[in-house]
Write a protein that binds this ligand. Structure first.
Ligand code: NPG
Length: 374
């Protein structure tokens, strides 16, 4: 393929309700969408990509303005240079961008747009590309920190009524044992897990071990991103299975986590690990070690949600992911919305990896567009 130009669109989408984690409260999602124009065998194709980075560097070091900078200064010029001499494919993007350290979310979005264009030109769905045979995936929901326990119980009831099959509660120091106990008492049999987004330290081990009585599926990333060894230590001091998110930024880190006993379960977020191809590698690695994985979310629009749903159809994804319906976050998605049916989301089978946005809704949500020509 030969890329002709790329439009980097910054969108601003209001959330249906504020989303509070241990690191921030979001009322809007500022999200970067890539519209990549390419020629493949003489045919013009558009590939779509979505970047997981937030507008501020509070989940990882990446953030929207920084992503735009690294894409325009380095990533696209490098691909444009590469395609002069070598045919460009999605499978070679990571190799061409290897000289740039880090910036995984930026690289993931670029690879995603190239892979989408490639699959679209071939008439292949991402699910078929991955060899996925399942038709749908179970849908879990991530529940932000609420103002009070009664409010939390209301919100939980709403999601259970909508059909979600698994709940994930965000926790932080001061919002942990009591809210988890309240939800567990109200819903003794509902699959339940917690996510701390790195808000604790190993000093809190005895306190965190008190979560063991609530029969949780897992505790996600209680300690810092760099605290791999400390997660391994904490895992020996709790019965609740240890799951890593932020710490696993690559297949190499996943291998370390498994070898060290720092993760019994891994949350795979394609954007965090540098793309869907690295995500597949982590899935394969974890599966060969008997480590369960599930697909995390970054408040994706329908573009990224489509790809996540297909990825989560792979056989090692044995736990429900944070792949909720579009209306969990957005009153109006920029694509045809994803809907939950009997607790499941259908895996898209149309060509491509992303779901194509509606031109009018995309335009209405765009606050800035930057065109980069090859
Ligand atoms: O369903 O898309 C979703 C959101 C799931 O809680 C969720 N994501 O820490 O996992 C997380 C959190 C997150 C969202 C992190 C956005 C970073 C950005």
């Amino acid at each position: 393929m030969r890329i002709t130009h790329v439009a980097l669109r910054t969108l601003e989408l209001p959330l249906v309700a504020p989303f509070t984690t241990s690191f921030s409260t979001q009322t809007h999602r500022r999200v970067l969408v890539l519209e990549l124009h390419a020629h493949i065998d003489g045919v013009e194709v558009v590939g779509w990509g979505e970047c997981g980075a937030l507008s501020e560097p509070v989940y990882s070091e990446e953030y929207t303005a920084g992503v735009i900078d690294v894409m325009t200064t380095y990533l696209f010029p490098m691909l444009f240079e590469a395609q002069r001499t070598t045919p460009l494919t999605a499978e070679t993007v990571a190799h061409h961008l290897e000289r740039i350290v880090g910036h995984r979310m930026a690289k993931a979005a670029v690879e995603m747009a190239v892979l989408d264009a490639q699959l679209r030109a071939a008439g292949t769905s991402f699910a078929d590309y991955l060899g996925v045979t399942r038709e749908s995936v179970p849908s879990g929901v991530s529940i932000g920190i609420q103002g009070s326990i009664p409010q939390l119980l209301d919100v939980v009831q709403g999601y259970l009524d909508a059909g979600y099959v698994r709940l994930k509660l965000k926790i932080k120091p001061g919002w942990d044992l009591d809210p988890v106990r309240a939800v567990r008492e109200a819903h003794p049999d509902t699959p339940l897990q917690v996510d701390a987004n790195a808000a604790y330290t190993l000093v809190d081990a005895n306190h965190l071990a008190k979560l063991d009585e609530f029969n949780l599926l897992l505790i996600e990333q209680p300690l810092g991103e760099d605290d791999m060894r400390q997660h391994a230590e904490l895992a020996t001091r709790m019965r609740t299975p240890m799951c890593l998110d932020e710490s696993v930024v690559s297949a190499t880190k996943a291998a370390d986590a498994i070898a060290m006993g720092a993760a019994q379960i891994i949350n795979i977020k394609p954007s965090r690990v540098g793309g869907y191809l690295e995500a597949r590698r982590i899935h394969d690695l974890a599966r060969s070690h008997g480590i369960a994985v599930w697909c995390g979310g970054m408040l994706e629009t329908g573009i990224g949600r489509a790809a996540n749903a297909a990825l989560a159809g792979m056989p090692g994804f044995t736990l429900p992911g944070d792949i909720s319906a579009s209306d969990r976050f957005y009153a109006e998605d920029i694509t045809e919305p994803f809907v939950i049916e009997d607790g499941f989301l259908a895996i898209p089978r149309e060509p491509g990896l992303a779901r194509v946005p509606d031109a009018g809704r995309l335009e209405a949500a765009t606050v800035e567009t930057l065109r980069v020509d090859a």
